[in-house]
Design a protein around this ligand. Structure first.
Ligand code: ZDR
Length: 394
């Protein structure tokens, strides 16, 4: 069983999985691209902009974060994601304000901190401004970061690039509301100037301390917010002379406060992260096994000679399978009432579930509503597990 919690930061939503107790071998929790794509699918899966794993430390930190985009690719860092990770860890471990986590990521050590108002401050480290570190083939420009005029779909944009561990291109525009994000975002993401593709941000400067931006995320398309992108945008706008070192950055999902600290050279991001819900699904291995079996079943008994797929469950647990209209005397104890007796009890004189029903009636009569709610939540996993076992999937 794979347990997850869904969190969102300004509408950038993630499935969080606590793998801190995992051995190094299973520390990817089976997160193959296909499984990530399925989980993140908003119609056929749980739905999310990405999957985040909390894993045992590897580089001297307290834990390691891995994040996967909705398309299954693995970025180096995620600003909204690490705020969600911090909130998730605080909720699981009952941590209070002031708690900091030393998190190892593919972009190096990142340090989120829980603030008194419940929001998260993240020391995102210094930005990467050398072209090769973004990475981009754009040349270092006069403002001290990669700059160029790029032609995209017949239009020319003055762009600047910055890395926050992951690549970002920032495009100042006059009128953000009327801007065609889908058309230009999708093309810039895969522009040849960015060998690892790029996140794309269109920004309008309302005031030196107030920016508004729209996001086209690498591997995810348009999203409601981008933490690393807001940091890269503030840095680029500051270097271009358009913004102060500290600004509110409005994203479609809400505002972030970004500060590029002159003394440390680090970018500090403040913003919210909220719990949405918890869930459980079959483990990655069992999903793959179920798929394998289903593929075998599709081929029918004459398939490739491998084991046949699962057969339809018998309504009766005992063998031989009995016809409910036949003489049920010897097998009455094996009747699965919920399956066989959907039109009413077929053996009211000797109902095998009568004792269980009586126990439930007694429980209901003797429990408060709060007790029943607690029992229901505690049994979530076991109910899902038994249902899946019944389907032969767990
Ligand atoms: C934009 C992002 N969600 C964040 O908040 O920083 C990061 C996700 C990773 C991004 N899609 C990438 O770099 O591929």
């Amino acid at each position: 069983m794979l347990q997850f919690s869904k969190y969102q930061g300004l509408g950038n939503d993630f499935l969080l999985i606590d793998g801190r107790q995992a051995s190094q071998q299973d520390s990817e929790a089976g997160m193959e691209p296909e499984l990530v794509r399925q989980l993140c699918d908003r119609r056929f899966g749980v739905g999310g902009d990405g999957v985040i794993l909390a894993l045992p430390p590897q580089a001297g930190g307290e834990l390691r974060m891995r994040i996967f985009n909705a398309d299954g690719s693995e970025p180096e860092m995620c600003g909204n994601g690490i705020r969600c990770l911090a909130r998730f860890l605080a909720d699981r471990d009952s941590d209070g304000p002031g708690r900091r986590w030393q998190v190892d990521t593919l972009a190096g050590r990142i340090v989120p901190e829980l603030l008194a108002d419940g929001s998260i401050r993240v020391d995102m480290g210094p930005p990467f401004l050398e072209p090769a570190t973004v990475p981009t083939t754009l040349p270092l420009g006069p403002a001290g970061l990669p700059q160029a005029e790029l032609e995209v779909d017949g239009e020319v944009f003055a762009v600047a690039a910055a890395g926050m561990g992951n690549p970002h291109v920032v495009v100042p525009v006059e009128d953000l509301a009327d801007f065609d994000l889908e058309r230009f975002g999708a093309r810039l993401e895969v522009h040849p100037s960015f060998p690892a593709k790029t996140n794309v941000h269109f920004v309008q400067v309302l005031a030196p301390d107030h920016l508004v931006m729209r996001v086209w995320e690498r591997g995810a398309g348009p999203t409601l917010a981008c933490g690393t992108g807001a940091c890269a945008t503030l840095v680029a706008c500051h270097l271009l002379g358009l913004a102060d070192r500290r600004a509110q950055v409005d994203l479609p999902g809400g505002p972030l406060q970004i500060h590029w600290d002159a003394e440390s050279g680090h970018v500090i991001m403040d913003g919210p992260a909220e719990h949405v819900f918890d869930g459980a699904i079959p483990s990655a291995a069992s999903v793959q096994e179920a798929r394998r079996q289903a593929a075998g079943a599709d081929q029918g008994p004459a398939g490739d000679g491998s084991e046949p797929g699962p057969s339809a469950p018998s309504p009766l647990a005992g063998e031989p399978a009995a016809n409910p209209t036949a003489d049920l005397g010897p097998v009455v104890e094996t009747i699965q009432c919920a399956v066989v007796c959907t039109q009413g009890c077929i053996r009211p004189d000797a109902c095998p579930s009568a004792a269980a029903r009586a126990r439930v009636a007694a429980l209901l009569a003797g429990s408060s509503l709060d007790d029943l709610v607690a029992i229901a939540s505690n049994s979530l996993e076991s109910r899902i597990r038994s249902r899946l076992e019944g389907e032969g999937r767990a």
